[in-house]
Design a protein around this ligand. Structure first.
Ligand code: ADP
Ligand code: MG
Length: 701
């Protein structure tokens, strides 16, 4: 929930039982049910099963020792710190704490016997451990490795360990995999452990377990969890597909003699011919729209591949059949661009459109709402204002979501539920310029049909991409001058650091001032995320009209801006951007016939060189302009879990399995899912509930 939503007004309310702070934190981490905690697996393990003699330990070893404190003092050189000397009869070492509390000194008093765990280093004078963990000696040594869990501030490991242990006893871990699917497991995993056994082992491995197998997740315990997780995902997708198959949507047949249909007129009015790829996806969508089964289709196509016109043709089909269509975009700028484009195409053909955003005036909004409710507006375009409660459609049959991954999962769910009326679902067309690699889409999203535009309209000039160090900024400015001299326009993009909008603003403002000074005679515009929408609009309009030579911007231009005269884009601190984001930004240039370039200015900060992943991203940008190739590289660099999680759902869906490496298990899960649903439905339902709990819906969004 966004932080800025109004709080419920204070007042007398029935009081729920007070939850402890720790319990609230567990809820926040999504660990409310015993099974959730049982499935909260350790990040790593610490070996506290043994005591090592100092004399036997080598520098660099992480060891646990038991020793007596012989000296304890606060020193101030080179800075304030607590220095504690300990001896275990075989040797001595120094414990150093740069941050410490009175409790440290109390436990580590001279004469105390303590159990200390940390990395032993060869220090300047004596061997030392910096910030080791410690407690009073005595007490039994644990029998197994000690798990270290992912956690947050305020939720200590000790609490989490106890909570996990008790939930392992309480959670229902009975077998949900039918014997028939257990026996078809890939050969290497035939002898999978039971869930109970696997979890016990992963939470408290005995010291003889191969740590490497736990860490690289190849251990049979991990295999069992991955198999379970992938099966849950496939089951819920398949079920979502079946539920959808039972739902009805208006079948949108073309109306009237084809020459007079809106669809035909629109095609005729277009100033260009569709590419073969546009034709193909248009047919795929048309075929879906004519069925009474709700469409659930993702239209993916690189930046500039021409998705908008495909959407417009789908909208025309829908309106031809006498139904309403809604198009929703993630930002006001993008929504407005669509609106203008669609108005330009459709109003001459007699279609009335309505416009909805959060920032419009009350009166304008009321009028739009009335047009939508009466059905006078056949096409509605806007931001997420389109899914707000007050909006009532007369007969919505098609919802189009642009840049669908930028909408939260909850928003997409709201869209679908809100638009269901009279037992009919609308058809859903989602568009994205961040393609999912095909194999991944096929195997992972069982409930999604995918159409792909794999070709750009003719006449695009490739964008030359240069990766240049920040120290050569002057040369870049020279380049801007020469572009301006040719009458071209330039984008200069500054990074948006989410934690600190204030810093962004300073960056963008300073760059704006510097460029204004360096380019006398050129009007340099500034666009940033904190500007009121009306100001943003006016700046964009000026840039569109060519009144601004350079536009300095934070990433608000990421999607949807279409200014063919812009031929150069400079991205400052390019190392901070994600790969798909860089690719999207670059797509803003090269839209006209002029030779275009993109300069990725990087800074290594304080270090001598860029980090490995940043380098890999910039290299990918320099080497290819193909959105699918970029997506593949992104996948390589980040791993599919994160790729899908962050891009497609807003929440990571797979915690344990890795789609790139667990191919066999995924294939098994795909084959097993129908069998489980058809023949062992009760088990399947228990399995889904166990793994997805209340989150099953999210997979359908
Ligand atoms: P995106 O897929 O990134 O949303 P757009 O739909 O904004 O791309 O299209 C990019 C530009 O290409 C627009 O100016 C659009 O009018 C133009 N365009 C779309 N299809 C064609 C085509 N077949 N031939 C020429 N230009 C086209
Ligand atoms: Mg677009």
């Amino acid at each position: 929930m966004p932080a800025d939503l109004p709080q419920a007004p204070p007042g007398p309310k029935p009081k729920p039982a007070e939850k402890s702070q720790a319990q609230k934190l567990l809820d926040k981490l999504g660990l409310s049910r015993p099974i959730d905690l049982a499935l909260h697996l350790p990040l790593r393990y610490e070996d506290e099963t043994r005591i090592t003699r100092l004399a036997d330990a080598r520098d660099g070893d992480v060891v646990q020792i038991e020793a007596e404190v012989t000296h304890c003092e606060v020193t101030f050189k080179p800075r304030r710190q607590l220095r504690v000397k300990v001896e275990d009869g075989s040797d001595s070492c120094v414990l150093r704490f740069l941050n410490f509390y009175p409790a440290h000194q109390k436990t580590l008093a001279v004469g105390a016997r303590v159990r200390v765990r940390g990395e032993l280093r060869g220090g300047f004078i004596a061997r030392e451990m910096v910030h080791p963990s410690f407690k009073l000696a005595g007490g039994e040594l644990p029998a197994g490795l000690t798990p270290v869990y992912p956690t947050v501030a305020g939720l200590p490991q000790t609490y989490l360990r106890r909570a996990v242990q008790s939930s392992l006893a309480r959670a229902d871990l009975t077998e949900t995999l039918a014997p028939a699917v257990l026996t078809t497991l890939p050969s290497g995993q035939r002898a999978l452990l039971g869930l109970q056994e696997a979890l016990q082992l992963l939470h408290c491995p005995t010291p003889d377990v191969a740590l490497a197998a736990l860490e690289d997740r190849s251990h049979p315990g991990w295999q069992r969890l991955k198999a379970e997780e992938l099966l849950a995902q496939q089951l819920s997708q398949l079920e979502a597909r079946r539920i959808r198959a039972a739902m009805r949507a208006p079948a949108l047949h073309a109306a009237g003699p084809s020459g007079h249909s809106l669809h035909a007129q629109l095609r005729q009015a277009l100033p260009f011919a569709l590419t073969a790829a546009q034709e193909r996806v248009s047919h795929e969508i048309d075929a879906d729209l004519q069925k009474s089964l709700p469409m659930h289709r993702l239209l993916q196509g690189d930046v500039g591949s021409g998705k908008t016109v495909v959407a417009a043709l789908a909208a025309a089909r829908c309106m031809d059949a006498g139904w309403q269509c809604a198009l929703m975009a993630p930002t006001e700028i993008l929504a407005e661009q669509h609106f203008r484009k669609l108005i330009g195409w459709l109003e001459p053909l007699g279609i009335q459109t309505a416009w909805l955003t959060g920032s419009q005036k009350a009166k304008e909004r009321r009028e739009a709402l009335a047009l939508i409710e009466s059905g006078a507006a056949a096409l509605v375009v806007g931001t997420h204002a389109v899914i707000q409660d007050k909006v009532r459609f007369k007969n919505l049959a098609l919802a189009i979501i642009d840049e669908q991954h930028r909408f939260g999962v909850a928003q997409r769910l709201a869209l679908r539920s809100k638009m269901t009326a009279g037992g009919q679902e609308p058809h859903l067309l989602m568009m994205t310029a961040t393609p999912i690699p095909r194999t991944l889409a096929m195997s992972y999203y069982a409930d999604l049909d995918v159409s792909t535009i794999d070709e750009l309209p003719p006449g695009r000039t490739p964008v030359v991409t240069k990766v240049i160090s920040e120290s050569r900024r002057d040369e870049v400015i020279e380049r801007i001058r020469s572009q301006l001299a040719e009458g071209r326009q330039v984008y200069w993009v500054c990074p948006l650091i989410e934690e600190s909008e204030a810093v962004d603003l300073t960056n963008a403002t300073e760059t704006h001032e510097a460029l204004t000074a360096a380019l006398p005679g050129t009007v340099v515009g500034l666009l940033h995320s904190r500007m009121p929408p009306a100001d943003k609009k006016s700046v964009m309009a000026q840039f569109n009209a060519g009144a601004l030579g350079v536009l300095v911007s934070t990433t608000v231009i990421e999607v949807g801006v279409d200014v063919p005269n812009a031929s150069l884009m400079v991205i400052e601190h390019a190392e901070r951007f994600g790969l798909s984001q860089l690719h999207q930004l670059r797509g803003r240039v090269g839209r006209g016939a002029a030779a275009s370039a993109c300069v990725l200015l990087y800074s290594t900060g304080d270090g001598p060189r860029l980090g490995e992943t940043a380098r890999a991203r910039l290299k990918a940008m320099a080497e290819t302009q193909d959105g699918f190739e970029i997506a593949r590289r992104d996948l390589d660099i980040r791993g599919p879990g994160e790729f899908l999680g962050a891009r497609q759902s807003g929440a990571p869906l797979l915690r344990f399995a890795d789609l790139a490496t667990d191919v066999e298990l995924l294939a098994w899960a795909r084959e097993s899912a129908p069998l489980m649903l058809d023949r062992h439905n009760a088990l399947a339902q228990r399995h889904i509930l166990r793994w997805l709990g209340g989150k099953a819906d999210y997979l359908k969004a």
